[in-house]
Design a protein around this ligand. Structure first.
Ligand code: HAM
Length: 413
């Protein structure tokens, strides 16, 4: 029997109901904030991610699905949404004026990762990007949107973990201080960290190894080495978050797994996902548009893992809100024809209804209604047809009543 590819799963039933509910909520909240949807291709040229997510990242180094297509192009199945959105904004000259460009994108991403709870090789992201504005206010706006999105889904008690990773200009000062600290205790760090301290010292802070985390005790903190403008920016964002009552904590070890971040970086972890799994993450990327060949335009955004969000919501709220449509069961040949006609008029009137078309025993049809959680069952037999009525059974109470056929649409609505 053929199986789905490892790390890639079929979505249906209760899990997909959560996906749908989350997506509807996202669209409603984001459109309310003036964001528009963008859909970019799954395949991008390899360079799009090499030049953005970065060659020192795990994603580019070991997790991308990359291959040569039949025309000899090196292509990648996108591992994240930001780089493709920025590529699209440049390509379609959307950044030519100084107007902000606000986009959201919902879709699958691909990373060849080791599987665990909430970690898949094909997963879904909901991504929001604000291009063209460099202010802390734009970050506060974006985080408010994220916060209402999660609140409307029924999540409470979320704390944003924030840091500033400075700018490419201010980072060398931190790198120097960090390398000096590292040199004093280098035998305590793993081999990977020895490599990281050369290529990108920030990544040492992100090492999952407990011994390395312990050895980091008292490490130089990047926010102590910020340039003046970045320090002011960071302070202002914190002021705004406090003013708005958005809960946050500063985390000087927060470094994101992607190379394009400047200044603000943030994440939300969730204990429902097991060890140290991020529910969402994002930050500012003021150099990215330029790096991908566009004008000097700043950006800020975040992405939340839809799969992970669905797991968390299932823990917190149980089943996704969903009411199956009423079920119409005809008894006998005459009723089977009339039921099709009745169903058509109800569907045309916008009523949700499922039609039992198997024919045969009422018992079988009622068993299906029980299994699928149908609340209202409509039974149409010869007696009902003669009287111009229909029998209605409310499954929760077992109560039965008779409705005139002409009132079914209005009553079901
Ligand atoms: P990221 O932290 O790599 O950031 O991914 C964002 C979210 O995607 C994670 O917090 C997680 O929920 C989900 N995710 C990542 N990998 C997996 C996986 N293998 N399985 C399931 N879920 C996963 C980005 O991708 C950036 N583009 C975020 C961003 C947008 N920064 C600025 N704008």
């Amino acid at each position: 029997m053929a199986q789905s590819v490892k790390g890639m799963r079929d979505l249906f039933g209760a899990e997909l109901r959560w996906f749908q509910h989350i997506e509807e909520t996202a669209r409603r909240v984001f459109e309310r904030h003036g964001y528009s949807e963008i859909r970019t291709p799954i395949l991008e040229e390899l360079d799009v991610f090499k030049r953005s997510v970065g060659e020192s990242s795990d994603i580019v180094n070991k997790e991308m699905y990359e291959f040569t297509d039949r025309g000899g192009r090196r292509v990648v199945m996108r591992p994240e949404a930001t780089a493709g959105i920025v590529r699209a904004a440049i390509q379609h000259k959307l950044l030519a004026s100084s107007d902000p460009v606000l986009f959201y994108c919902i879709g699958p991403q691909f990373r060849y990762e080791r599987m665990q709870t909430g970690r898949y090789r094909q997963f879904w992201q909901i991504d929001a990007e604000s291009l063209g504005v460099a202010t802390p206010e734009s970050e506060a706006e974006s985080l408010l949107m994220l916060h209402s999105f999660l609140k409307e889904l029924g999540l409470r008690h979320l704390v944003f973990s924030i840091n500033s990773v400075g700018t490419p200009e201010s980072r060398p000062a931190f790198h120097a201080a960090f390398r000096a600290f590292f040199a004093q205790r280098e035998n305590l760090f793993c081999a990977d960290c020895h490599r990281r301290v050369e290529t990108n010292p920030l990544r040492v802070l992100d090492c999952k190894n407990e011994t390395c985390q312990a050895a980091l005790e008292g490490h130089p903190v990047i926010t102590d080495h910020l340039d003046e403008a970045s320090a002011r920016h960071h302070l202002r964002l914190k002021e705004l978050l406090m003013e708005l009552g958005l809960p946050f904590e500063e985390n000087p070890r927060l470094v994101r797994g992607l190379d394009y971040y400047t200044r603000t970086a943030f994440e939300v972890l969730s204990s429902d996902l097991g060890a140290q799994s991020a529910l969402l993450g994002g930050g500012r990327y003021d150099g990215l548009v330029k790096q991908l060949g566009g004008p000097e335009v700043p950006g800020f955004g975040w992405a939340i893992g839809l799969d992970r969000l669905a797991i968390v919501l299932q823990q917190v709220r149980g089943k996704a809100p969903y009411a199956p449509p009423a079920l119409l069961i005809p008894l006998g040949d005459r009723a089977a024809t009339e039921a099709l006609k009745l169903a058509r008029s109800l569907w045309d009137a916008g009523v949700a209804l499922q039609l039992e078309t198997r024919g045969g025993a009422l018992k079988k049809a009622m068993a299906t209604a029980n299994r699928t959680g149908v609340e209202t069952v409509l039974i149409l037999g010869d007696g009902e047809l003669d009287g111009g009525t229909i029998t209605v059974k409310h499954m929760a109470t077992g109560e039965q009543e008779i409705w005139p056929l002409g009132e079914v649409a209005a009553r079901l609505k």
